[in-house]
Design a protein around this ligand. Structure first.
Ligand code: GLA
Length: 345
């Protein structure tokens, strides 16, 4: 086949943020919004005659033209082409092609549009869809090369390994995934705060470095640390960062239990506690996100709400009774459903 197509979903994280890069627990789900890439491998040269991946996107004005020997993905232009370049630099395919990108995801809106793009591109360039962990690892590296942000593996693994109708409890030490069915009668609502995530990259790297410094100071992985270990840290900032990670790992487990037991009130309460921890101990919320979460939590029919993803703007996620999103008057909002992971189509 000379034409190959792949679809990769975006993701929303229900709970467990800033825990993936220290081997902790996360609970994302792949969503029914995603990105499709179609590549014609019978046209392996770009307009200027070089072996390349050349893609046009309905969401972008300029095409991505990435030579197969691209060296520095972060310096490629236009910016969306960096993600294409990241995947090319990691996979080093023997041949490229020309194709198209279409997406139903809000670009840069906090639903991991970049992870979906990377995963779909990796599949059309020959990555194995039957090995979601290897696929996610390659795409995590691609994202790091493209953006310069030392991200964890959650977004790419949620996109690569999603399970229809289920959220994924992921152990980021072993990369084991346990699919948990979403109970009937619950809706997952995503609300875009509209706040651009301008500080997100540099602040993310700073938080990650603080988490690593806390683990070094404790002499053990945060995954294995207890609250009393954390309270023994002498540096106040590192103590707060570690307190978030250790308490968040515990909340993810409690959330998984609440969800499987159908205890939506309990699950929602854990989401609210997660937001508070991300705000006060981890310092990645903003007044806009706090106000949005407070407004949602005060809305009848909302079980819980929290910022989702890296923070500093982006989206809020809520668990609600059906119909609450449509009636909330908030925009833009998406009611998302748990979808299967990336696949060739
Ligand atoms: C971003 C990163 C993920 C994860 C989240 C925070 O989405 O890409 O790896 O660290 O932030 O949970």
């Amino acid at each position: 086949m000379t034409v190959i197509a792949a679809h990769a979903p975006g993701r929303v994280n229900l709970i467990g943020d800033h825990t993936d890069y220290s081997g902790g627990l996360v609970c994302p789900m792949a969503v029914d919004l995603g990105t499709t890439v179609v590549l014609d491998r019978s046209r392996p040269l770009s307009d200027d005659g070089r072996p390349a991946v050349q893609l046009v996107s309905a969401a972008e004005t300029e095409p991505a033209v990435v030579p197969l020997d691209v060296v520095d993905p972060a310096s490629v232009s236009p910016p969306w082409a960096r993600y294409v370049a990241g995947v090319v630099a990691v996979l080093r395919p023997a041949a490229g092609g020309r194709g198209t990108v279409t997406t139903t995801l809000p670009v840069g809106g906090g639903l991991s549009s970049s992870a979906a793009l990377e995963v779909a591109i990796a599949l059309v360039l020959g990555a194995d869809p039957a090995d979601p962990v290897a696929l996610a690892r390659s795409c995590q590296r691609a994202e790091q090369l493209a953006s310069g942000v030392p991200c964890g593996i959650m977004d790419q693994l949620a996109s690569a390994g999603g399970v229809d109708g289920h959220v994924l409890l992921i152990d980021c030490t072993t990369l084991e995934r346990r699919p948990l069915p979403l109970p009937d009668g619950v809706e997952v609502l995503v609300v875009d705060s509209g706040e651009p995530r301008t500080l997100a990259g540099s602040a993310y790297a700073e938080r990650r470095a603080q988490v690593e410094a806390a683990a070094t100071a404790l002499g053990l992985a945060l995954r294995d640390a207890t609250p009393s270990h954390v309270e023994g840290l002498s540096d106040a900032v590192l103590r707060r960062r570690a307190r978030h990670v250790v308490s968040e790992n515990a909340r993810v487990l409690a959330f998984a239990e609440a969800l499987t037991g159908g205890d939506l009130r309990g699950a929602g309460q854990l989401m609210v506690e997660s937001h508070e921890s991300l705000r006060s101990d981890f310092g990645v919320s903003t007044p806009t996100l706090d106000a949005l979460v407070a407004r949602l939590v005060d809305t009848p029919g909302v079980w819980g709400a929290r910022l989702t993803g890296g923070g500093f703007g982006g989206c809020v996620v809520a668990l609600t009774e059906p119909g609450v999103g449509a009636a909330s008057g908030l925009a833009p909002t998406w009611v998302v459903h748990a979808a299967a992971g990336a696949r060739l189509v």
